[in-house]
Ligand binder design. Structure first.
Ligand code: IMP
Length: 200
């Protein structure tokens, strides 16, 4: 049994990731907390990929184990793709999401529906102790709604309407979100890489 660490402290992400990686044979995916790793990685990269690889490499070095990481965020086209890589810290890390939603709705108040396009982006990084490095990337396209809706998911899910589902991500079930989400798609790509690399 190979133990792989997932480098995140975000409980919302851990739930999604465990559901997707559950069927990788002979692998147990544990969180940093479960692995007893307390290292704080400074996410100072300007791209999702640089942050994801930095997290994977630093936690792999601290743990000695294969490490996966995710760097993700929301790009709102009418806000020059903000909050982007700064999504977690937008308006301050401790600012409640409902306050952030109010600010975003205010910024978009004169923007017609066709200009409210947005996407969630996810980059999954992977670092093996023997030097192998991989990354995968995917998005889910949609638009910013006019009110916050739903109780599921986390982060900006209540204001993001998926084009494919025609519904807010906080309204749909976790399974439905995983099927179409940025992280779901990028993780399934990484799962295929892992299945190949683990038998080498
Ligand atoms: P990270 O932990 O630095 O990757 O920050 C990602 C941030 O982007 C999260 O804290 C959320 O604010 C936002 N985000 C990423 N993925 C999602 C998602 O699936 N739903 C809602 N918000 C998300």
């Amino acid at each position: 049994m190979e133990t792989i660490i997932f480098a995140t402290k975000n409980k919302g992400k851990i739930k999604e990731i465990n559901a997707i990686l559950a069927d990788v044979p002979d692998v147990e995916v544990v969180s940093m907390e479960e692995a007893g790793i307390t290292v704080d990685v400074v996410e100072d990269g300007t791209t999702f990929e640089s942050n994801a690889m930095k997290k994977a490499i630093e936690i792999m070095e601290a743990s000695g184990k294969i490490t996966l990481s995710d760097d993700s965020g929301l790009e709102i086209d009418a806000m020059d793709k903000a909050p982007g890589v700064y999504s977690a810290r937008f308006m301050g890390e401790d600012t409640p999401y409902p306050e952030r939603f109010v600010a975003i709705f205010e910024k978009l108040k004169d923007v017609p529906k066709e200009g409210r396009t947005a996407r969630f982006v996810s980059c999954i990084g992977c670092a093996f102790p023997d030097g192998r490095r991989f990354s995968t990337y995917d998005t889910v396209e949609g638009y910013i709604g006019y009110e916050a809706k739903g109780e599921n998911g986390f982060g900006y899910d209540p204001i993001f309407v998926s084009d494919e589902l025609g519904e807010c991500l906080a309204v749909v079930s976790p399974e439905e979100k995983n099927r179409i989400s940025h992280r779901g798609k990028a993780l399934r790509k990484m799962k295929e890489i892992l299945k190949e690399e683990l038998i080498k």
